[in-house]
Design a protein around this ligand. Structure first.
Ligand SMILES: NC(=O)c1ccc[n+]([C@@H]2O[C@H](COP(=O)([O-])OP(=O)(O)OC[C@H]3O[C@@H](n4cnc5c(N)ncnc54)[C@H](O)[C@@H]3O)[C@@H](O)[C@H]2O)c1
Length: 259
């Protein structure tokens, strides 16, 4: 078993949405364990802030990549290969409901397109672009982001998000089957509610009664810390999960329990 503090020594990793709440926490943890990480994100200010905070210019690079665009992803991947020499791990965290309305009457075609494009097409584009480089390395690990919203009927997010995050699971399984013979493992993480960015503000602004309703639906009866999503992602990305592929890991304090 590898030393836990250097599980990712010199492993080249792409974290999409790496300037966001979970993505940046994952990036920091990977760098801490020796990885070289490329942040792909559409938000240049957030990328700059993340790079400043991480303060590890030797180990972290940022690229403005829109995962919806195959060209943008392909050129980002080429930049990473030029800088770090190859690709071992992809963490596809770019996604979310992206500020779109939750309720069916309010959903316009462009909302549906945005959520499907970023979460599903984006995840596909990234996988398609990195797989050839992982094959060259003799294997790799891909961790896709689903959600409790794709596993169950979350009251927080709407139909497009539910469909997209359930779609990510189908994509994950089919891809795992296809690239397994090349030594590439593909798994998904399905987090419950983690209070990143504006979600923390929304939660803080809720009435006590509503906050308690959320907590009562979680058997562990507390909100998680970010590291409680980071650790399971690192597990799926590491050799510790070397015989796990096509799986989904629910990280939700027991709010949804798969049968
Ligand atoms: N936070 C939660 O409670 C929670 C729960 C379940 C699943 N998730 C999933 O986890 C992932 C990360 O969530 P988060 O809470 O860190 O969100 P976040 O909004 O903090 O971060 C998402 C990042 O993705 C980037 N992004 C958006 N569109 C993009 C695009 N087209 N190309 C590249 N980057 C793009 C954003 O700029 C942002 O930095 C998402 O896939 C989300 O659906 C989050």
């Amino acid at each position: 078993m590898s030393n836990r503090n250097s599980r990712f020594e010199r492993k080249v990793t792409i974290v999409t949405g790496g300037a966001g709440g979970l993505g940046q926490a994952i990036t920091a943890a990977l760098v801490e364990e020796g990885a070289r990480v490329a942040i792909f994100d559409t938000n240049p200010d957030a990328i700059d802030r993340a790079l400043d905070e991480l303060a590890r210019p030797d180990s972290v690079m940022g690229a403005i990549v829109d995962v919806r665009s195959r060209e943008s992803v392909t050129s980002g991947v080429a930049e990473v290969v030029a800088a770090f020499g190859g690709i071992d791990i992809l963490v596809a965290a770019a996604g979310g409901s992206l500020g779109t309305p939750r309720d069916i009457d309010d959903i316009e075609p462009e909302h549906l397109d945005l959520v499907i494009d970023v979460n599903i097409k984006g995840t596909f584009n990234c996988a398609q672009a990195v797989v050839p480089f992982m094959k060259v390395r003799g294997g790799g690990a891909i961790v896709n982001f689903s959600s409790i919203g794709g596993r169950s009927t979350s009251p927080v997010t709407g139909i497009p998000y539910a469909a997209a995050k359930a779609g990510v699971l189908g994509l994950t399984r089919r891809l795992a089957r296809e690239v397994g013979p090349d030594g590439i493992r593909v798994n998904a993480i399905a987090p419950g509610l983690f209070l990143t960015g504006r979600l923390q503000g929304m939660f803080d602004a809720m009435a006590d009664k509503d906050r308690n309703e959320v907590l009562d639906s979680i058997p562990l009866h507390r909100m998680p810390e970010l590291r409680e999503c980071v650790e399971p992602v690192l597990f799926l990305a590491s050799e510790e999960s070397s015989y796990i592929t096509g799986a989904v890991l629910d990280v939700n304090g027991g709010r949804f329990m798969a049968g």
